[in-house]
Design a protein around this ligand. Structure first.
Ligand code: J9Q
Length: 251
C-alpha cells in the first residue's frame, strides 16, 4: 500500500515511521511511504506556506497553492490516489471501521492540517476529513501518524503474526482479556500478584472460557458502549447474561 504525507514538519513523521513494525514493513517494501515537505512546493524565496486570515484574527492559515502543487506532484509521480485525507478537528471520527476501509485502498494521501486552519478552498481537493478525537493539538501530524499506524497494521504482511490482527481488541469489538508472562509468582509477593491458576492448567477449553469472561467483564465495567456493536457467539452471550445478572444491585 502507498502513503503520501504532506506536512510542514517532515521529521515529525519520518522518525516515528522508521521505528518498529511499520519501519520494518517499509524496509521490506510492503508499505511505500513518501513524506513531502510542503515548503518544497512553494515558489517564493522565503518558502512561505501560511498567511494571515482574511477578515482578521489571530493565527496563520495554510495557503492553498503549495498544497495544490504538492497534490499535483504526487498524482504525476505516483498516480491518482484512492483518497486524500485531511486530518482536522472538524472531521468525522476516525475509528477501527474507518481504518479497515482505508486499508483496502491502494494509495492514500494524508494532508496534515494546522491548528489555526487551512484555506477553505483546499477542501475541494480533499476526499475526506478525519479527526482522532476532541482535543486541541498544534497540527495534524500526530493524528496522521495515528491513522497510518492503525491502517497499515491491517495491510496483509505488515504485522508478522496475522492472528494478532484478527484477535485484536477493537477488531473483535471487546476490550482485551488480562495477559501474564513468567514468572508465575513474584517472589515474596501476595496472592493478588499470582498468575491465575487456570492459565497454568493446560486446559485450553477452560482458558478460552476464562478469557471470554474476563474480556466481557472488563468491557461491561469500563466500556459498556462497545457491547452494542460487538458480535458475540452463543457462549459469550451466555457469559454476558451471567455477568449482568451478577451485577444487579451492585452498580
Ligand atoms: C489538525 N487538533 O485533532 C483531532 N484530530 C485531528 C486533530 C487536529 C488538530 C489540529 C490540527 C488536526
Amino acid at each position: 500500500m502507498k502513503f503520501d504525507i504532506v506536512t510542514i514538519f517532515p521529521a515529525m513523521i519520518e522518525q516515528p515511521l522508521a521505528a518498529g513494525i511499520l519501519g520494518r514493513a517499509i524496509e521490506r517494501g510492503t508499505l511505500d511511504v513518501k513524506v513531502r515537505d510542503l515548503r518544497d512546493f512553494t515558489t517564493d524565496r522565503h518558502r512561505v506556506v501560511d498567511d494571515v486570515p482574511y477578515g482578521g484574527g489571530p493565527g496563520m492559515v495554510l495557503k492553498p497553492e503549495p498544497i495544490f502543487r504538492a497534490l499535483d506532484a504526487i498524482e504525476a509521480e505516483r498516480g491518482r490516489p484512492s483518497a486524500v485525507v485531511m486530518t482536522s478537528p472538524q472531521g468525522v471520527r476516525f475509528t477501527q471501521d474507518q481504518a479497515q476501509r482505508l486499508s483496502r485502498m491502494a494509495h492514500v494521501v494524508f494532508l496534515c492540517g494546522r491548528y489555526e486552519g487551512v484555506d477553505e478552498r483546499v477542501r475541494a481537493r480533499v476526499t475526506e476529513e478525519l479527526s482522532i478525537g476532541d482535543y486541541v493539538l498544534s497540527g495534524g501530524e500526530l493524528p496522521a501518524l495515528v491513522m497510518i499506524d492503525a491502517v497499515a497494521r491491517l495491510v496483509p504482511g505488515v504485522v508478522g503474526d496475522e492472528r494478532s490482527v484478527a484477535e485484536d481488541s477493537f477488531s473483535r469489538g471487546l476490550l482485551d482479556f488480562p495477559q501474564y508472562t513468567r514468572p508465575a509468582q513474584l517472589t515474596g509477593s501476595a496472592e493478588a500478584l499470582k498468575v491465575p491458576d487456570v492459565l497454568l492448567s493446560g486446559n485450553h477449553a477452560e482458558i478460552r472460557r476464562w478469557r471470554k469472561r474476563e474480556a466481557l467483564s472488563r468491557t461491561l465495567d469500563r466500556r459498556p458502549d462497545l457491547l452494542t456493536g460487538a458480535s458475540l457467539d452463543e457462549e459469550e452471550q451466555e457469559i454476558l447474561r451471567e455477568l449482568k445478572g451478577a451485577s444487579h444491585g451492585r452498580d
